[in-house]
Design a protein around this ligand. Structure first.
Ligand code: NAD
Length: 537
């Protein structure tokens, strides 16, 4: 692309030279077929470049390269692997201006939203670098015959991990799965979403600068239905983030290949405002919970239940806060909400709102596209009187749209929150934090936030994160997020040779002795449990 062809969206990005996208695309080995895939800027709907359209042979070659690099990496001490991840965190922070431009260019999100990813990735690196040596250290476990045998568990990397990531948070959601796999001693082949390949490629470059061995981290670009299955057929584990529909096909294929997988899928997340909540604070919190990244966030609240008599006051405050939000796609911090990702997403949002309206919903604010701002911008929208059987109520909209419903009491709020096949994230607002934490335990979601939308749990990278029900399988973050990437190996050692009936003692004596020892062992276990209970552990 010559400088005269520079699309407006790219020309406006202050820290992104025109040549940069082509350089990043060059990091992917060209597809054997020579085919490429165009990439567009949602803010202007212009083509900004192209990347290789990889197919099965390209995926196979990438996995082979990664596999060769992995054996030496697996032998590298965990502390050294963690140090590479930690250095990578510094490099991401150092390169933040360019990464912010890239993110905005390929997703159309506002800069205010883009910065979240630039905090998240380095913080995730710190968390991993701190936790990994402990999580992966070999452990002594209780042996079958204390003093006679030992049992030691070691954790071995799985090999090559395939990471399939979506477009909504391209940096955060690629790295939340790729970095723990790397620190655990695996190689990674990442398939970013076809709409957002450049952020992933920029991070691949920084991983190399941080000291990751050549070929250990590969990026394959191309169409999901082509690259995804080819990857699942070759790798030893797959970490998928995306829609529930695609997640099911990923799980089926992983099952056929007898490999394990983690699935971070969709949600239709509830937010509950209790009768004692500070309505103004709940309204401010709900705006962030519903409209961050223009609602294109798996953790976004799409259903709000307000316990009477707080409904009217909450709606007034929430609508007023929502109407204060600004739309825009500039490379500055002026706009709250940016563009939706593409025409399909705009069509999905519009059709959910239209369907709800036809079924009797009232639009309290918003409810229309804003092509005057950018082709795929949509106003933050608050609806009430939404038919509980409408598509908007039952399915994930994944846009800046929320339904607010009054409920008579807390039990009804919890029942409504749990009335969904999904179970990703929830939020509870109350003046009484203990009450909130108690109600949180009744909500069937992988993460529940009290007096916050999603950051209290997502940001706690030491704690697991994932979904109940149709929202997925497995967990990222915390020790669970690392443990998914290792196989455990238990080594048992006997000091007395084979644990079999001894030759020199009559068998009936030995059996009697063995039963006595078993009784003694069970009594000792019981004593330990009693002691623990007394100590409150
Ligand atoms: P999607 O499922 O269409 O795509 C996600 C990824 O899967 C992309 O990289 C895509 O190319 C790839 N893919 C497509 N078809 C495939 C196939 N047959 N086999 C393997 N991979 C394939 O998801 P989307 O609609 O682009 O993303 C939005 C969805 O992702 C929403 O439902 C959202 O809730 C969910 N999401 C979940 C989380 C989470 O952590 N739970 C985070 C972000 C997004």
């Amino acid at each position: 692309m010559s400088p005269t062809d520079t699309p407006a969206a790219l020309g406006d990005a202050p820290h992104l030279p025109a040549r940069r996208l082509a350089d990043l695309a060059d990091r992917v080995t060209p597809a054997e077929s020579g085919d490429t895939l165009d990439v567009f800027a949602p803010a202007t709907d212009e083509r900004i470049g192209s990347v290789p359209a990889c197919d099965t042979p390209d995926v196979n070659a990438a996995v082979e390269r990664a596999r060769e690099a992995q054996s030496a990496w697996a032998e590298t001490p965990v502390a050294e692997r963690a140090a590479v991840i930690d250095r990578f965190g510094d490099l991401v922070l150092g390169r933040r201006a360019e990464l912010l431009d890239l993110l905005q260019l390929e997703t159309g999100k506002s800069r205010l939203t883009a910065v979240e990813e630039l905090f998240d990735v380095p913080m995730g690196c710190s968390s991993l670098a701190t936790a990994a040596p402990g999580v992966l250290a070999e452990e002594r476990r209780r042996p079958v015959a204390p003093g006679i045998t030992t049992a030691t568990v070691t954790y071995e990397p799985r090999g090559v991990v395939g990471v399939i990531s979506p477009w909504n948070y391209p940096l955060t959601l690629s790295m939340a799965d790729a970095l723990p796999a790397l620190v655990a001693g695996n190689a990674v082949v990442l398939k970013p979403d076809e709409k957002t390949p450049y952020g992933a490629l920029a991070l691949a470059e920084l991983l190399e600068v941080a000291g990751l061995p050549d070929d250990l981290f590969q990026v394959v670009t191309g169409e999901g239905p082509t690259v995804g299955p080819a990857l699942i057929d070759r790798v030893d584990y797959v970490a998928f983030t995306g829609s529930t529909a695609t997640g099911r096909t990923v799980a089926e294929r992983a099952g056929r290949n007898l490999i394990d997988c983690s699935l971070e899928l969709g949600g239709n997340n509830p937010l509950v405002v209790l009768d004692d909540a500070d309505v103004a604070e709940a309204a401010r919190g709900a705006v962030q919970a519903c409209f961050a990244n223009a609602g294109q966030l798996c953790l976004s609240a799409e259903r709000i239940y307000v316990v009477e008599p707080a409904f009217e006051a909450f709606c007034d405050a929430f609508v007023a806060e929502t109407e204060r939000l600004s739309l825009g796609t500039g490379y500055d911090f002026d706009a709250d909400l940016g563009s939706l990702i593409d025409a399909d997403q705009l069509e999905r949002v519009q059709s959910h709102v239209d369907g709800a309206r036809e079924a009797g919903a009232t639009v309290l604010t918003g409810g229309r596209g804003r092509p005057d701002v950018a082709p795929y911008c949509y106003e933050p929208t608050v609806l009430t009187d939404v038919d509980p059987d409408s598509t908007l109520a039952c399915e994930e909209t994944f846009g800046p749209v929320v339904a607010v419903t009054p409920v008579r009491d807390v039990d009804a709020a919890v029942a409504a929150a749990n009335d969904s096949p999904y179970g990703l994230n929830a939020s509870v607002w109350t003046a009484d934090r203990e009450r909130g934490a108690k109600i949180a335990r009744e909500i069937d979601c992988g993460t529940v936030n009290v007096n916050d939308g999603f950051l209290a749990t997502w940001g706690a990278t030491d704690a697991p994160m994932g979904g109940f029900g149709d929202s997925g399988l497995g967990r990222r973050h915390g020790r669970e997020g690392i443990e998914r990437y290792v196989e455990s190996r238990t080594v048992g050692v006997s000091r007395v040779g084979p644990l079999a009936f001894p030759d020199r003692i009559p068998t009936d004596w030995f059996v009697r002795g063995a039963f006595a020892a078993t009784k003694l062992g069970r009594r000792a276990s019981r004593a330990v449990r009693r002691l623990r209970k007394r100590l409150g552990r």
